[in-house]
Ligand binder design. Structure first.
Ligand SMILES: NC(=O)c1ccc[n+]([C@@H]2O[C@H](COP(=O)([O-])OP(=O)(O)OC[C@H]3O[C@@H](n4cnc5c(N)ncnc54)[C@H](OP(=O)(O)O)[C@@H]3O)[C@@H](O)[C@H]2O)c1
Ligand SMILES: *[C@@H]1O[C@H](CO)[C@@H](O)[C@H](O)[C@H]1NC(C)=O
Length: 438
């Protein structure tokens, strides 16, 4: 009785939404996370999965995020079970050793076992059919954006990791034929030659294509070496200039390397400069020491993590970079990397996609676009290249954007993402502050 009353009062404090996910949505989301096959396998074997793609973040953090998402979504589906679920979440967030964390996984599993039947029953309820306005007029997005030096750049590009060899070149060429005019590559991807060949074979004038590449290797990150690296990349790309050139990440000799890049920028060889995988503090320190500040930042941008790659620093750093006048290019909008929660499987994104009669990938890309972020989805399948480019004739309503923007509150593991408009009302029932028996 008291708990129900508290829940009612807390509900009253939540901001109003024209549409909010139903208990059925929250139940489905909770079950989907809990049934993550890698988490299940880990529980069975006690061994971390072998996955070559998952190296930036440790498995413990990845699993903790999946569990927290499951527990919080379950709490929203079944407010009366809130106490034990919150306690399980607290265990995950406060564990300071691997042994304790693994015990918290087990405790989370037990708390979940108690309610799994009820969640399944809820999830099976027929969803309410709603009509949503997904017309492009809801939120205008331009097809291109101007960098602070005036250079125009497309808002949609092709990501090219793993697009190597003949197949890779074929995909890049297919993308150019599909209308992609921005190609994102890097020294590290080993496919600059393929990019150059595809551009030539496309028959498109070089001036219509925007090529972005990066200096990836630490040994090239010094005065003199960076210049040589760029020359080698120009040869591979078979071009006389590069539209956007980034440091792939902070590297030991980057101030010296940047001097080379500034000279190449002055000479018109590099048309704009950028950095990738920098957090806000790293970039502010960097900017104080260089003559030409980066025009662009390329960082991870997903519905769960808006900003940097390895950790969520609890700030919307994409917005902060934009407010500094830099263009933000988001990577891995679709892919979970370097985390575990998979945006393409997300229950809320799927619901919105169904209502807008769009694919999940299109909703994810559109979400990033409406945040003013340049998107560079990678695919080697022609039908997906087309699908991923078809994101300019619909829009997400402000309500749908608010739901998607609130997902970091479900997914976060470390500090609470303070920048999030907490439409689910999770902050009010914080796992660390509130007493367990509320
Ligand atoms: N600066 C950095 O450190 C950094 C880090 C990571 C990425 N990047 C850049 O960002 C680009 C994008 O990131 P990413 O390639 O890692 O991930 P992504 O583009 O978010 O996702 C690519 C994955 O999603 C699949 N996919 C693509 N379109 C799909 C669709 N419509 N429906 C379902 N699945 C779809 C692709 O498979 P198929 O190919 O089989 O379709 C691939 O497995 C990279 O290619 C790279 O250029 C930069
Ligand atoms: C689109 O471009 C116009 C003209 O450059 C600009 O005024 C407007 O702010 C841009 N819109 C968005 C959403 O960026």
């Amino acid at each position: 009785m008291a708990a129900a009353l508290v829940a009612l009062v807390l509900d009253g404090l939540q901001p109003t939404l024209a549409w909010r996910p139903s208990p059925a949505d929250f139940a489905s989301a909770a079950l989907a996370a809990r049934n993550d096959f890698r988490l299940r396998k880990f529980e069975m074997s006690g061994q971390f999965p072998e996955d070559t793609h998952f190296d930036e973040l440790d498995w413990n953090t990845g699993f903790a995020e999946v569990w927290l998402y499951a527990l919080r979504a379950a709490r929203l589906a079944l407010p009366k079970a809130s106490g034990s679920l919150r306690q399980a979440a607290r265990g995950l967030r406060t564990a300071r050793s691997e042994r304790r964390l693994h015990r918290s996984f087990a405790a989370a599993g037990e708390a979940f076992d108690h309610i799994v039947g009820e969640l399944q029953r809820l999830a099976n309820e027929t969803p309410v059919v709603e009509h949503r306005d997904c017309s492009p007029a809801m939120s205008a997005v331009n097809r291109s954006i101007h960098l602070s030096n005036g250079l125009e750049m497309p808002m949609l590009g092709l990501g090219t990791t793993m697009l190597n060899g003949e197949n890779g070149k074929g995909a890049i060429l297919a993308a150019l034929r599909e209308g992609y005019r921005l190609i994102d590559t890097a020294q590290a991807y080993g496919n600059e030659a393929e990019v150059g060949e595809a551009v030539l074979e496309s028959g498109l004038p070089r001036s219509e294509i925007f090529i972005a590449t990066k200096l990836s290797e630490d040994r090239d990150c010094k005065r003199g070496r960076a210049r040589d690296r760029v020359q080698a990349q120009l040869q591979l790309l078979k071009t006389s200039y590069i539209d956007q050139y980034m440091l792939h990440g902070p590297c030991p000799g980057m101030l010296g390397a940047w001097k080379d890049l500034e000279e190449l920028y002055d000479a018109g060889v590099l048309r704009s400069l950028g950095v990738s995988n920098f957090d806000l503090d790293e970039l502010s320190r960097f900017v104080k020491k260089v003559r030409i500040a980066p025009h662009l930042v390329q960082n991870k941008f997903s519905i769960y993590h808006r900003g940097w790659a390895p950790v969520d620093p609890a700030r919307d750093i994409a917005r902060a970079f934009r407010e500094q006048g830099r263009v933000v290019m988001g990577y891995c909008n679709l892919d979970a990397y370097p985390h575990l929660l998979q945006p393409l499987e997300d229950t809320f994104v799927r619901r919105i996609a169904t209502h807008c009669r769009r694919t999940v990938a299109q909703v994810l890309l559109r979400h990033a676009l409406q945040h003013g972020t340049v998107v560079i989805p990678k695919s080697e399948r022609p039908e997906r290249l087309r699908e991923n480019a078809d994101i300019f004739d619909f829009a997400l309503s402000p309500e749908d954007m608010r739901i998607l923007d609130a997902l970091p509150m479900l997914a976060h593991h470390g500090r609470e993402p303070g920048y999030v408009d907490d439409v689910f009302g999770l902050r009010n029932r914080d796992e660390l502050a509130a007493p367990a028996d509320l």
